[in-house]
Design a protein around this ligand. Structure first.
Ligand SMILES: [Zn+2]
Length: 343
């Protein structure tokens, strides 16, 4: 089993080769530790003449414990990446919120905290915010590129995408868009920063890092194309920056167009459900829609003769996100129609 690290300050992030660890975070109310898996690789492949040193890259799955594509893809990368074939530094955490991953839940079962609202973390906080603080203070300083792999959970499903927030720094945004497209998903989503606070990507973006989020599946399953986009996309990022040799590969070569940039930059793109009931979607994720198109119906079974509530698109665009479950409550985000843009 990988070495257990009790003091994160003792991890040598510069040691050549590939090294596996379990970082121990003491339980809040019991004896024992959450052991967060960590792999650090410092490549030993000689630099080609005049080539710049590749930036450090950090990739995690399992920010949310019930999203599996990232957990699987990052675990495979930890196994497959060969330091002799690699230059620069790659840091991998397949199950960031390890207690949530073990439980198969979005939040940690130990403190009820959502890792993706816990940043920048707190060294004296409950266990989830202590893990977040470790990432912020020990991992982020080692890297310039951050990849946080997600999927929809039980409630929401997304068109297969990588994602980032709108950024004030145009050079950072342009490089981020370029890297997000290396995953070759049908769409790249630019999403609102106003939805929530405390996200891992917020923190990394604010530090000026190239920060990629993603949605590679939904519904607590392991999507076949989702794992492929996650795993192959990360290899493309490592080729792009010179860690690995070789050309960028198309991941979805059957699709004729490159990834489309779809923006949902403000809160009014995230439409809440007007009433509870049973949701009947009629448009597939990723489809182009026109203003006024029927997206779905909400059925009230208290009176089975009642007319359904018809849900129509407020704008022309692409159906980026849709409520996944059948039983929906008033106020849950029902859909997101994003608009195609050029940067
Ligand atoms: Zn997630």
């Amino acid at each position: 089993m990988p070495q257990v690290i009790y003091d994160p300050g003792r991890i040598d992030f510069t040691r050549p080769g590939k090294h596996h660890y379990q970082v121990a975070f003491g339980y809040d109310g019991a004896w024992g530790f959450a052991l967060v898996p960590l792999t650090v690789i410092n490549g030993t492949r000689p630099a080609p003449e005049g080539a710049p040193e590749p930036p450090g890259v950090y990739i995690n799955g399992g920010n949310h414990g019930n999203e599996y594509e990232g957990q699987v893809a990052v675990k495979r990368l930890a196994h497959d990446l060969d330091p002799a074939a690699l230059r620069g530094r790659v840091i991998l955490i397949p199950q960031l919120n390890q207690p949530a991953c073990v439980a198969g839940t979005r939040e940690s079962p130990l403190d009820g905290v959502n890792m993706n609202r816990a940043f920048p973390g707190n060294p004296r906080g409950s266990i989830t915010s202590r893990i977040a603080h470790f990432v912020k203070t020990r991992v982020f300083p080692q890297v310039r590129v951050v990849i946080d792999i997600h999927s929809g959970g039980r409630e929401g499903a997304f068109a297969m995408c990588t994602s980032f927030h709108p950024m004030a720094d145009q050079a950072q945004q342009a490089e981020t868009a370029r890297v997000a497209k290396l995953f070759d998903t049908p769409v790249v989503m630019i999403y609102s920063r106003s939805l929530h606070a405390g996200l891992l990507p917020d923190e990394a973006e604010d530090e000026g890092k190239i920060t990629i989020g993603s949605e590679f599946g939904a519904g607590e399953t392991t999507s076949i194309p989702g794992v492929k986009f996650a795993y192959e996309g990360c290899l493309n990022v490592l080729r792009h920056y010179g860690h690995l040799e070789g050309e960028i590969q198309r991941i979805d070569p059957a699709r004729p167009h490159p990834p489309r940039l779809i923006a949902a930059p403000t809160l009014d793109y995230y439409v809440p459900c007007p009433s509870g009931g049973v949701w009947e979607p009629v448009v597939p994720l990723g489809a182009d829609v026109r203003q006024g198109d029927l997206l779905g119906r909400i059925h009230d079974f208290d009176d089975h003769t009642s007319a359904p509530v018809e849900i129509r698109s407020p704008r022309d665009g692409v159906l980026m996100m849709e409520y996944l479950g059948a039983v929906v409550r008033k106020g849950a985000t029902l859909f997101v129609i994003g608009e195609e843009i050029e940067l």
